[in-house]
Design a binder for this molecule. Structure first.
Ligand code: BEZ
Ligand code: FE
Length: 277
């Protein structure tokens, strides 16, 4: 295999990949090489441009830490997270739609009793969230694990505070025997995705804004059901149609009712898809 040129290089790499023992890895790598080479050809990619690309990816890696996942953010602003979620969670009508996980999920959040105050001192106006976890036929899903997280009135998640060593506006509850759950939190507001890294620079260079519409995150799991990762968005938010990470689904938008005394109330039911037997 010598004297490879711009006509023969792609086929040479694909031929070498043909020996990959794992069939799925072979399929993924072959397709990736085909598309990467097609991109370079189509754009007539120059060496300085590819060097910039490598420096950008290096900076993305350097920005990652246990509490900051710049690669997830990159996938999100490129729409790749939403595409992957949409392809892998095509559910029957009536089931709650999935959306992006985002970079601020924490796997070991505190377990709190149903009805608890998850805000635990997070800045913001009080907000009561109530709902029910059920199946498509309306049957209550008792004991579902309801993981919740959101940003506060400063637009930050607990993990974005360097000096905070406990969780706020985050927690895990179990639905009751009637499938119902209730939690107290603070009012979520629109917030910008982190722009102090290479992904923020890319957003700026491409004329995009970093704002996400106000939302709360939920991850709901119960035996016998497909896990659900989703958001609940606030009706009339100015960013619903220009979300920086393309995560909004119409069915996930709900009214957040202001009781006129500084308290907001949200009611949202989650319909889980039964796991195929
Ligand atoms: C979030 O909603 O937490 C989020 C999602 C994608 C990128 C940044 C933040
Ligand atoms: Fe979020």
């Amino acid at each position: 295999m010598r004297n490879l040129n711009q006509e023969t290089i792609t086929q040479a790499v694909i031929a070498r990949l043909a020996q990959t023992p794992d069939a799925r890895l072979k399929e993924l790598m072959t397709s990736l090489v085909q598309h990467l080479h097609a991109f370079a050809r189509e754009t007539r990619l120059t060496e300085p441009e590819w060097q910039m690309g490598i420096e950008f990816l290096t900076a993305v890696g350097h920005k990652c830490s246990p509490t900051r996942q710049e690669f997830v953010l990159l996938s999100d602003v490129l729409g790749l997270s939403t595409l992957t979620v949409a392809m892998n969670h095509d559910k029957p009508a009536g089931c709650t739609e999935s959306t992006v996980l985002g970079p601020f999920y924490v796997a070991d959040a505190p377990r709190l009793p149903n009805g608890a105050d998850l805000a635990r001192g997070a800045p913001g106006q009080p907000c009561l969230v109530q709902g029910r976890v059920c199946a498509l036929d309306g049957a209550a899903v008792a004991g579902a694990e309801v993981e919740f997280w959101q940003s506060d009135a400063e637009g930050r998640y607990d993990v974005q505070y360097e000096d905070l060593d406990e969780h706020r506006a985050r927690g895990v509850l179990s639905s009751g025997s009637d499938g119902r759950f209730e939690l107290r939190t603070v009012l979520a507001l629109p917030y910008p995705v982190p722009v102090d890294g290479p992904v923020g620079q890319l957003l700026g260079a491409t004329g995009g804004h970093p704002w996400r519409p106000a939302h709360m995150h939920f991850k709901i799991s119960a035996p016998g059901y497909e896990p659900l990762t989703t958001h609940v968005y606030r009706q009339d938010d100015p960013y619903l149609d220009s979300d920086a990470v393309y995560g909004v689904r119409h069915s996930l938008i709900a009214p957040w009712v202001d009781d006129g005394q500084g308290m907001h109330r949200i009611e949202f039911d989650f319909v889980l898809q039964r796991r195929a037997l």
